[in-house]
Design a protein. Structure first.
Lengths: 114, 549
């Protein structure tokens, strides 16, 4: 299970790195969003393999068989923060598009030099 | 002070932010309310500092509060120790000055609408970072602070700003993602993110070997935020596009929070662990030397006030990192470590006030002359003699001329470098000082001393600056001067009352180099006994092996 998660995290990180290296702002932003998801998955893996364990609900009778709930709490916070950042970046993209009518980095840079 | 009141440092700026949002169409009301909140906040900080400093013993110097009364390593802990208290005090006073400057000097395009709300929310993030007792909350605080800074970056933008804003935002997002990933891994390895608990593990020597790469990754994250070599490239491009008030705020708070976190995480939490120090100290020392020297060379080569000062931020961070590195050195005497860390702390608070003050001076220079390009201005000494005097004091303080505040910070750091026989870094530190003086004199001689350029570009420059939103249409210079006077006052008090400030810094450094009182205040007495038992066992083990030999 952990190995599977590790491979998945690596795959997501690779995809997002590829997207972030692009020359188009929309793609770059999507790459950053994807990276956040990869990070969340990596945190989830730190609660160890959940095979054979039960969800942490307040019962108290089976404490030793609970999945460690803290990484999930961390992820929840990270997701909420991620939402805010994504909303902000998308707004900024729209604003840039309205003003410059391009999201190509090379064209944005060119406009600069004029 | 009731220790639970320290949550006020989060609540006050948050309330101020919310009130400012509600009042967003009444600019004058926002200014008055904001200033009142900031003054209350500064008073609270001074009160906390007084409580902490006058406390009778090391453990009672640390005010802790457990949110929701969940016990320490599991719940959310907030802590004010001498380091937090002094950072809170100086940063809150600096914020008052910047707020006065912004509300009188910033053009409506920036200071309209939600600007003041963002100002308070940025402060909330910063103060939360100062008082949090666990690394995950530090992440949340960083995010709040950064989110506010993103918006301040693009509010009322020029085109250049938008382009630089993408760079700033994307790099910081990358940093934050690395941060949260590192936290996940650290939790997986240690089972805790509570600072006191991690520090306890470092003291007992039970940090697993595999956690060291993750800790090094944390250095990358915080190094990026603090702008140390080689992660500094985003700063010079980004900062110089902003108007003076906002960049003053960023210079005073953002990189200094990074420096605070470096001190907290690497000196206090992981410093006691030999394995970590072994890996990190050489990295920190090399980075410190290169950061301070290349930073100042960059500053000397620039030709506009804001650019010189922006690159200068980096150079000054080098001194702080130097102190941190010397504070973690294995085998150095405890007294020497403490003094080095005290020097770093003194340097951080000195820099908060002085750097911010210089940026505000730069802004006022632009208000007087229409530009801050050193080729286009001159003769300000006659035109604005008071501004020239105040600038000179702040600039000489930055360069480190006695009896001003920069001198004492550098003096302590260089003295400890001699004690620890770190000749290379010491040489760089002294050279950097000389170049700092040179770069400040450059602004002085071009901007103030030399006669104004013959073909006066003033009117055209002013029109452009106003249209680009860098200048207020009808600036009220008096308000800006109040802010600068306040900051110069802080800097002078640090220079003339250096002993007092150094005493407090040393107090703070003591509880960082030996975090036992901190651990006891947060986790309770039993944990301390555990540490002592493990130390006893370790010494018995070495005695046994020696006996065998």
């Amino acid at each position: 299970m952990t190995v599977l998660t590790a491979i998945l995290v690596g795959l997501i990180f690779a995809c997002s790195a590829y997207m972030m290296l692009g020359r188009e702002l929309k793609g770059v932003c999507m790459g950053v969003f994807l990276l956040g998801h990869g990070a969340n998955l990596a945190i989830l893996a730190s609660s160890r393999s959940p095979v054979g364990l039960i969800p942490p609900v307040l019962d108290g009778s089976a404490l030793s068989r609970y999945v460690d709930p803290l990484p999930q709490a961390l992820i929840l916070t990270a997701i909420v923060i991620g939402f805010a950042v994504q909303a902000f970046l998308l707004t900024l993209l729209v604003l840039t598009w309205r003003r410059q009518e391009t999201l190509e980095l090379s064209e944005l840079a060119e406009e600069q030099s004029h | 002070m009731n220790p639970h009141l320290i949550i006020l440092f989060v609540i006050l700026p948050m309330a101020a932010g919310i009130v400012s949002v509600l009042l967003h169409s009444f600019k004058q009301a926002q200014r008055v309310v904001g200033l009142l909140f900031l003054l209350a906040n500064a008073a609270c900080a001074a009160w906390a500092l007084a409580t902490v400093v006058t406390a009778p013993d090391a453990v009672s110097r640390i005010l802790t509060s457990q949110m929701g009364n969940w016990p320490a390593p599991f719940g959310i802990t907030i802590v004010v120790d001498p380091l937090s208290a002094i950072m809170l005090t100086v940063s809150s006073v600096t914020c008052v000055a910047v707020f006065i400057y912004c509300s009188t000097q910033l053009p409506t395009r920036f200071a309209g609408g939600y600007f003041y709300a963002l100002f308070h929310l940025l402060m909330m993030g910063v103060q939360w970072a100062f008082i949090t007792g666990d690394l995950f909350n530090l992440f949340v605080a960083f995010e709040i602070m950064l989110m506010a800074s993103y918006v301040l970056f693009v509010v009322g933008t020029t085109r250049e700003q938008v382009r630089q804003a993408y760079k700033y935002i994307l790099l910081n997002l990358l940093g934050s993602t690395l941060f949260v990933t590192a936290l996940g891994w650290l939790y997986g390895q240690l089972g805790t993110l509570n600072m006191a608990d991690m520090s306890r593990m470092a003291m007992m020597g039970t940090l697993p070997k595999s956690s060291i790469p993750v800790i090094a990754l944390l250095l990358v994250v915080f190094g990026g935020k603090t702008a140390i070599f080689p992660l500094w490239f985003w700063l010079p491009d980004a900062y110089h596009t902003l108007p003076a008030g906002i960049v003053g705020l960023f210079a005073a708070l953002l990189t200094k929070v990074g420096a605070y976190v470096l001190i907290r995480v690497f000196v206090m939490i992981f410093g006691p662990s030999q394995e970590v120090s072994q890996v990190l100290v050489p990295v920190l020392m090399i980075s410190a030397g290169v950061t301070m020297f290349l930073g100042v060379l960059g500053a000397v080569s620039m030709h506009t006030v804001r650019r010189i000062l922006s690159i200068h931020i980096i150079s000054q961070v080098g001194y702080m990192v130097m102190g941190i590195g010397m504070g973690m050195t294995i085998g150095a005497a405890t007294g020497s470590k403490e003094l080095a860390v005290a020097g770093a702390i003194f340097f951080v608070i000195h820099n908060m006030a002085v750097k911010c003050c210089l940026f505000l001076c730069g802004g006022l220079m632009q208000t007087h002359a229409g530009s801050d390009d050193l080729d286009r201005i001159g003769g300000l000494l006659k035109k604005a003699p008071w501004l020239a005097t105040l600038f000179m004091i702040a600039a000489m303080s930055l360069a480190g001329l006695p009896p001003l505040s920069g001198f004492f910070g550098k003096f302590v750091l260089i003295r400890e470098a001699i004690t620890q026989e770190r000749w290379v870094v010491m040489t760089f530190a002294i050279l950097t000082s000389l170049f700092t003086l040179l770069s400040m004199l450059k602004i002085w001689s071009y901007g103030f001393w030399s006669p104004a350029p013959e073909v006066s570009l003033e009117k055209a420059d002013m029109r452009r600056a106003i249209s680009e939103g860098l200048m207020h249409e009808r600036p009220r210079i008096a308000g800006g001067m109040v802010a600068v006077v306040l900051l110069v006052g802080v800097s002078l008090s640090m220079g003339l009352g250096a002993q007092k400030y150094l005493d407090i810094s040393t107090l703070a450094a003591q509880s960082l180099v030996n975090p036992e009182p901190y651990i006891e205040a947060v986790l309770g007495k039993e944990r301390i006994r555990e540490i002592e038992a493990s130390r006893l066992q370790a010494s018995r083990l070495t005695m046994d092996t020696e006996g065998v030999r």
